[in-house]
Design a protein around this ligand. Structure first.
Ligand SMILES: *Cc1c(COP(=O)(O)O)cnc(C)c1O
Length: 417
């Protein structure tokens, strides 16, 4: 990899400017790691827990302990952590089907939910597939433009049919700021004062970015993916749900069956990676945050609109770079791909991905397929052609990927291919 002297100089300047931010990120990582280590000690983690079970998976000490550790670290009463939950979408869907009943209304207060949830809710796709809408659960939304629209939310909550308030913490593919946990806490107080509706948080990409998680400020349930932050880059697959004891119990009935719940589930030797991943998670998240901040500095310096800005506080690991043109978005993704440890020789192309409404270009060269805690970039091919960048298992490797993306984009700006 022959980075130009100009790029190397820019990176040195960026890192000087970012020293203070990096120290803040390290402090959050230290506090998170401390919470994890304390929970491991409190729950007496031992080698025997890594062995795993088969069949029903009764008395799987590792699974049971990991559930308790997640609950502890996230400030929840209970949690379900399973390698067998295939992704964040499934974890969230388990929670929604677990908590909602026919006749209920779900109110999203952060605008449209993540693209892959549209068919789950029933605002996209064919009727009859078993969406929430098919079960007589209606959907409403209040847009989110940077702050809570308390008037609109209050009006919706005055309807007793609204039994679930849905919050997406991360910006996802939307052009809006990510929520801090503090901001979610404000909403919790508002909702509790007005209604008995439960509060559910899509926590994807948020874990370990703030000092607290949404469960600690009183939401009923939150869910996320183990091939994002919480798996620490070690989990080979999985998802989690955490929240109040009752909400987690209801979710467990949807995860397996009513009456059986979370007491079963063989772990087949996956426990070690899930424990180890959670041990790494605060640190790995910090690596991704630093990589994102570096990208923000470099691309802002090159004249691009970026969100968040390099010196802004971060509440998720996503970095947006508004590329402004499809060829720049594609160049960005090509660069990320070329700097990846796996599949660096592949050229990413836009494709019609199931569950997404516009063609999406994705760059990922990950040890675990689709793991976006690993260096990855993607973006729907629609104006303003925003690259959503995230991950980086180590800051060093993330930096290499960002430098490669920077040089690819610079080539286009200079009028090259
Ligand atoms: C990643 C993500 C999801 C779930 O996506 P999966 O690919 O199914 O894990 C949901 N919401 C947000 C905001 C996300 O970033």
């Amino acid at each position: 990899m022959n980075f130009s002297e100009k790029t190397l100089q820019k990176v040195r300047k960026a890192e000087e400017a970012l020293a203070g931010r990096f120290a803040e990120i390290d402090a959050v990582s230290f506090a998170g790691t401390r919470r994890v280590i304390e929970a491991f000690a409190r729950h007496r983690v031992s080698d025997a827990m890594f062995a795993g079970t088969t069949g029903y998976g009764y008395n799987d000490k590792g699974r049971e302990t990991l559930d308790l550790i997640y609950a502890d670290v996230f400030g929840a009463e209970a949690a379900l952590v399973r390698h067998s939950i295939v992704n964040g979408t499934q974890a969230i869907a388990i929670g929604l089907y677990g908590l909602l009943r026919p006749g209920d209304a779900m109110l999203s207060v952060t605008g449209k939910p993540y693209d892959t949830l549209e068919e789950v809710v029933g605002i996209a796709g064919e009727p009859g597939n078993g969406s929430l809408a098919d079960f007589g659960i209606s959907y409403r939304e209040v847009p989110f433009a940077g702050d809570w629209d308390y008037d609109a939310i209050g009006r919706e909550l005055s309807d007793p049919a609204v039994r679930l308030v849905f919050v997406q913490r991360s910006k996802g593919y939307l052009d809006r700021p990510t929520l801090s946990v503090e901001k979610i806490g404000e909403l919790v107080r508002f909702v509790r004062a007005k209604s008995g509706a439960r509060i559910f948080v899509d926590n994807c990409y948020g874990e370990f970015c703030d000092a607290l998680e949404p469960a600690a400020v009183g939401v009923d349930l939150m869910a996320g993916s183990l091939i994002k932050n919480a798996g620490g880059g070690m989990a080979q697959s999985g998802g989690y749900l955490a929240g109040s004891a009752r909400a987690v119990e209801l979710a467990s009935y949807r995860l397996t069956t009513v009456g059986v719940g979370g007491e079963v589930g063989a772990t087949f030797g996956q426990n070690r990676d899930l424990f180890k991943g959670f041990f790494y998670a605060p640190h790995t998240t910090a690596q991704a945050l630093k990589t994102a901040a570096l990208a923000a500095w470099l691309f802002e310096d090159a004249g691009f609109d970026v969100e968040p800005r390099w010196d802004a506080p971060r509440h998720d690991i996503i970095q947006q770079v508004k590329c402004g043109a499809p060829e720049i978005l594609c160049a960005f993704c090509r660069g990320i791909q070329s700097g990846s440890p796996v599949d660096s020789f592949v050229t990413p192309e836009p494709w019609a991905m199931p569950g997404y409404s516009d063609p999406v270009i994705m760059a990922a060269g990950a040890f675990v397929q689709g793991a976006s805690i690993e260096l990855s970039a993607d973006g729907p091919l629609r104006p303003p052609y925003t690259a959503f960048f995230q991950g980086g298992l180590t800051y060093e490797s993330g930096k290499i990927g960002i430098m490669a993306a920077y040089e690819e984009v610079m080539k286009i700006l200079a009028g090259g291919n």
